[in-house]
Design a protein around this ligand. Structure first.
Ligand SMILES: Cc1cc2nc3c(=O)[nH]c(=O)nc-3n(C[C@H](O)[C@H](O)[C@H](O)COP(=O)(O)O)c2cc1C
Length: 171
């Protein structure tokens, strides 16, 4: 299957980017084709402003992808601003696609924030979510490495389930 992984953080030290890269590795090893999009490389304009050519390219890649994995950081108990811009500007044709969420936050208490993203994807484009999230917090990382055994196990389970269900939905 063709999976698009969107790492939506603009942080140079993004932890959700590390989650996205770990899942990319798992899914690639299972034979899937991954298109990895790093939001840091996309000049962005909010809605009602002229959309960048890189955002148009992302919209086209979303149309072609079988399914989508979104990496997000938590900002002010919600999704990060860059992700909101990319959702509004580029997800218009993501209708009905299977998707998964990888989330990085500062602390344990913001875990329900991923439901903001679920609501947007499910209500706006009737997307279908894998009922498992990878949620990691700052203490799960050491410098630029995921060091929590629990998070690493969850990445494996997430990837296995995304691979299995994603392929079944294509059949
Ligand atoms: C503007 C801002 C707001 C944040 N708000 C929250 C928050 O409400 N809850 C939380 O747990 N962490 C919060 N954080 C911490 C981030 O979620 C955390 O640094 C996470 O790793 C960000 O994802 P990233 O590293 O992929 O950019 C905030 C960080 C920033 C910069």
């Amino acid at each position: 299957m063709n999976t698009l992984i969107l790492s939506s953080s603009l942080s140079e030290n993004s932890r959700s980017y590390l989650l996205c890269k770990a899942v990319e590795q798992e899914l690639t090893s299972k034979g899937n084709i991954i298109t990895f999009i790093d939001a840091k490389e996309i000049p962005m304009q909010p809605f009602h402003r002229e959309i960048s050519k890189e955002m148009k390219v992302l919209s086209e890649k979303i149309v072609k992808a079988d399914n989508i994995i979104i990496g997000m950081g938590v900002h002010c108990y919600s999704i990060n601003d860059s992700l909101k811009i990319l959702l509004e500007g580029c997800f218009g044709k993501a209708t009905g696609k299977f998707f998964g969420i990888l989330c990085s936050a500062g602390g344990e208490r913001s875990y329900l924030v991923t439901q903001h993203l679920s609501q947007i994807c499910m209500n706006e484009w009737r997307m279908i979510q894998l009922p498992r999230i990878v949620y990691a917090i700052s203490k799960d990382f050491t410098k630029n490495t995921i060091t929590s055994k629990e998070v690493l196990e969850r990445i494996n389970t997430f990837s296995e389930e995304f691979h299995t269900i994603g392929n079944k939905l294509l059949a």
